[in-house]
Structure formats: structure tokens, C-alpha cells
Write a protein that binds this ligand. Structure first.
Ligand code: CUA
Length: 341
């Protein structure tokens, strides 16, 4: 059969196979099924494994019975399909058995939920604030603020207080491999505990549609070995570096005279606003614009020149069109930003 209809079915079947096969990708950094990287993620995953195993057994039995009934009692030449009307015993069984399964499953579920929600005594506190379209991280006990790239020490649970800014929309913080996801709701504080048992960079993503750049609201968690984490903390606690190069010095002047200081903070200067990301140690990050771009001179220039053209819906105005800067000013500001290590 090669009718157009058969072709459509074949195409649909191939599409389905492709979608299912995509789940087997080995280079999927946000895979949360077989790629856990911490005790809390593994705990949640083992609950999923139990639930999934039970669901598979139920699926096979139920589908098997349906197929059996379809074949066994079907209409044949000279015989009408079998007619049934209710069966009290079967109905009772079909009510009691699922109820028992669900009650049994509730025990490990409730246990896991309450366990994962308990703040461990040795946890480190971090406040996460979701903004359109970036992440703010505050370490209240370490007196430091950073954005988009979260640093945590390996082997220490971190207790995240996830806040929604009151004038913002709903976001959702998600780092699949560390097992964590939590909604970011304006005016509320939710909590989430993450723990990595292996050093590395874990990718995350806002997973609640929040506007034009929802897909560009990415994040990274750097799980550092304890000594490296200590070093990172002491570097981040320093005020911003003083530029020595003439261009960078001019860039700093421009920064402090222009609209930049209406939104950003740079510790040790007059810039102290908290509308946009803290830039005190911007150049110590690998990426900017919420994980959207690699942090380098060319990318930063394009960004300062015309951020709205780079990222849809961004609140930052265009340097060239709205802030009265020219290309030379942009280059000077970027040269200053690159000194902020
Ligand atoms: Cu923030 Cu989607």
C-alpha cells in the first residue's frame, strides 16, 4: 500500500520514533532520569523508579486484558460480539486493588517529600531571586551577591530560599541533574535543598513560561571542591578592581555617568542599584545574559551596544539607540567591564 494516507501514517510513525529515540541522547546535560549527581537527586530518583516499576506492571496487565477481551469476544461471521452488563466482583476488585497500590506508594512518597524538605544542620544558606530574565544569588552569611552562575561547595547541602520579586512574574528554578526544581512566585519564599557530590558545572533552566526570553533564562551551578569554593568566596568578597588602563578608566567614567548605574551595582563605586545583575566580578563568570552568551569582548560589545537586539524582552536599553553612547564609548565601557574579575 502506497496511498497518500499510508504515507502520512508512515511519516507520523517515524516522527514518533524520532521523538522517543531523542530520550536516549547521551549528551543531554539536563537529563534528569539517569544522570543524577547528588544524594538528594538520587533519593528522588529512587522514588520515581519504584513508581515507574509499579506503573509498568499495571500497564502491562491492563493493556493485556484489554487486548485479550478485544480478541476473545469480538464479533465474527455468524456470531455477535459478546455483550456484558456490570460485574460487581470485578468492580470491587478494580476499586480496592488500585486503592491499595496508591496507599502503599504513599508511604515512601510522603517519607521522601518530608525528608527532602528538612533543612540539614550543616546546610549553607543562599537566596535565589528570579527576575525577567536572569537569576540573582545572595549569600547572606558570606556577604556576597552574584548572578546567573551559582557556586556551591561539593558535598555541602545548600538551602535555597527562592524568592519572587514582587513586581515580577512567576518563574521556576530547575537544575535537573541535582534534582532540584521549585517555583518562583512573586511575594513568596519557597525553599529547595541542593547537594552535588561531584565537582562540575550543572546546567539549569527557568521552566515556567515567563515571557519572550523564557528560553533564554538559563543558569549554571558550579559545584566547586571546598578549597576552590573558599577561594571563589574570598575573591567575590573583594571590592571591584581599579582599572589601570586609560581606555578602561574612561569606560568606568562613562559607566558611572550614564544610565548604567540606574540598574547595576559595582562594589566600591557609586553604582549601587539592584535592578539588574551585580557586575562587581562580572569578568569572573564564563557567561552573561543568564547563560545565553559566552563572556568575551565581542559578545559584550554587541550587548552594551544593543541589548534588546541580542535578547528579546530584556529590560536593558540599547546603548547606541537609547543611552546616547557611540561605538567608542561602548568599547571603553566593555574594556572596563572586562577588568572586573
Ligand atoms: Cu523565567 Cu521562564
Amino acid at each position: 500500500m502506497s496511498s497518500p494516507r499510508a504515507k502520512r501514517w508512515l511519516l507520523a510513525a517515524l516522527g514518533l520514533v524520532a521523538l522517543v529515540a531523542a530520550g536516549c541522547a547521551s549528551d543531554a546535560p539536563q537529563d534528569f532520569l539517569n544522570n543524577q549527581a547528588g544524594p538528594r537527586a538520587e533519593r528522588a530518583d529512587s522514588l520515581w523508579d519504584i513508581t515507574f516499576a509499579i506503573a509498568v506492571v499495571v500497564f502491562v496487565i491492563v493493556e493485556g486484558l484489554i487486548v485479550f477481551a478485544l480478541v476473545r469476544f469480538r464479533q465474527r461471521p455468524g456470531r455477535e460480539a459478546k455483550q456484558f452488563h456490570g460485574n460487581t466482583r470485578v468492580e470491587i476488585a478494580l476499586t480496592v486493588v488500585p486503592a491499595l497500590i496508591l496507599a502503599g506508594l504513599a508511604v515512601p512518597t510522603v517519607d521522601t517529600i518530608f525528608d527532602l524538605d528538612k533543612r540539614p544542620d550543616d546546610a549553607m544558606d543562599i537566596t535565589v531571586v528570579g527576575h525577567q530574565f536572569w537569576w540573582e544569588y545572595r549569600y547572606p552569611d558570606l556577604d556576597l551577591v552574584t548572578a546567573n552562575e551559582l557556586h556551591i561547595p561539593v558535598g555541602t547541602p545548600v538551602f535555597l530560599s527562592i524568592e519572587g520579586a514582587t513586581d515580577d512574574v512567576i518563574h521556576s528554578f530547575w537544575v535537573p541533574r541535582l534534582g532540584g526544581t521549585q517555583d518562583v512566585v512573586p511575594g513568596r519564599t519557597n525553599t529547595l535543598i541542593l547537594e552535588a557530590d561531584e565537582a562540575g558545572v550543572y546546567l539549569g533552566q527557568c521552566k515556567e513560561f515567563c515571557g519572550l526570553s523564557h528560553a533564554n533564562m538559563r543558569l549554571r551551578v558550579h559545584a566547586d571542591p571546598p578549597d576552590e569554593f573558599e577561594r571563589w568566596v574570598s575573591e567575590q568578597q573583594q571590592p571591584a578592581a581599579e582599572p589601570t588602563d586609560a581606555t578602561a578608566q574612561r569606560g568606568r567614567e562613562l559607566f558611572l555617568q550614564s544610565a548604567c548605574i540606574g540598574c547595576h551595582a559595582i562594589e566600591g563605586t557609586d553604582a549601587a542599584a539592584t535592578v539588574g545583575p551585580d557586575l562587581t566580578h562580572l569578568a569572573s563568570r564564563d557567561t552573561f545574559a543568564s547563560g545565553m552568551f559566552e563572556l568575551n569582548e565581542a559578545r559584550l560589545r554587541a550587548w552594551v551596544a544593543d541589548a534588546p537586539a541580542e535578547k528579546p524582552g530584556v529590560l536593558m536599553p540599547s546603548g547606541l539607540r537609547e543611552m546616547g553612547l557611540n561605538q567608542e564609548d561602548v568599547a571603553a565601557i566593555v574594556s572596563y567591564l572586562l577588568t572586573l574579575e
